[in-house]
Ligand binder design. Structure first.
Ligand SMILES: Cc1cc2nc3c(=O)[nH]c(=O)nc-3n(C[C@H](O)[C@H](O)[C@H](O)COP(=O)(O)O)c2cc1C
Length: 222
């Protein structure tokens, strides 16, 4: 038992007894408490640089993911690609909605040109995996929130929208989003032009309860 390799194994297996001294990050807390999504028209250049975007997407990939399935992926729409995608979406929209008069400059082109960068968040649950689909879909939502929070940490603001291009299968196909995949959001990223007034937040009493035994809805034993 006194052999050094045994001592090492014991130390690694021993249950930790004292908490690590991880200091609270006042800066991070304050940023999170003030984070708000400005309207899309309030997101302007400069968008994230290539390095910033890579870092942001790496942050967005650090999310709880049951079974390590990566049940999500990101499609970046930036620079001139915004115009090209917008024009294709406008053409598709016109074909699907011939009764709607075309907007000047193209409704979806204008939409995509507003923010410097848009990250399309795609949910792609693996239905053959043992991990429930719900767990996988929630992981995609977590990736969107991690991207949102990460962008705020970098000094950007975001607006997460899910409009027609995110719901229509033909529009999704233009983004390379195929069968078994579903768009979870267009997360538009840019610099905020001003501090957006906060919206009403839920009263904690409306959304938080502490469980007590009399709240149980069933008498079943586990
Ligand atoms: C999946 C998802 C889709 C959304 N789609 C829309 C949308 O199409 N239109 C809209 O006005 N808001 C939409 N929202 C809400 C916006 O993101 C809204 O700006 C946000 O709730 C503002 O909250 P915040 O200030 O806490 O970020 C969506 C939110 C989520 C999570």
């Amino acid at each position: 038992m006194n052999h050094p390799s045994h001592a090492h194994a014991l130390a690694a297996d021993a249950a930790p007894t004292a908490p690590l001294d991880v200091p609270a990050s006042a800066e991070m807390l304050e940023r999170l408490e003030r984070r708000r999504s400005p309207p899309l028209r309030g997101l302007v250049e400069p968008g994230p640089t290539e390095d910033e975007l890579r870092r942001l997407l790496a942050l967005a990939s650090r999310v709880p993911d049951h079974g390590r399935l990566c049940p999500w992926r990101f499609v970046v729409v930036a620079g001139v690609a915004r115009q090209s995608l917008g024009e294709r979406l406008d053409a598709l929209y016109a074909r699907q909605n011939p009764q709607v008069p075309p907007a000047k400059g193209g409704m979806w082109t204008q939409y995509l040109l507003r923010a410097p960068v848009t990250v399309v968040l795609v949910s792609r649950p693996d239905l053959t995996a043992k991990v429930p689909e719900w767990n996988q879909v929630l992981s995609a939502g977590a990736a969107g929130m991690a991207l949102t929070v990460g962008a705020a940490a970098m000094g950007f603001a975001t607006q997460w929208l899910l409009k027609w291009p995110g719901r229509d299968p033909e529009a999704a196909a233009l983004l390379g989003v195929g069968a078994g995949e579903r768009i979870a959001g267009f997360i538009h990223i840019g610099r905020p032009t001003r501090i957006t007034e906060d919206r009403p937040r839920p009263a904690l009493d409306d959304v938080v309860s502490f469980w007590t035994p009399d709240q149980s809805m069933s008498n079943d034993t586990p």
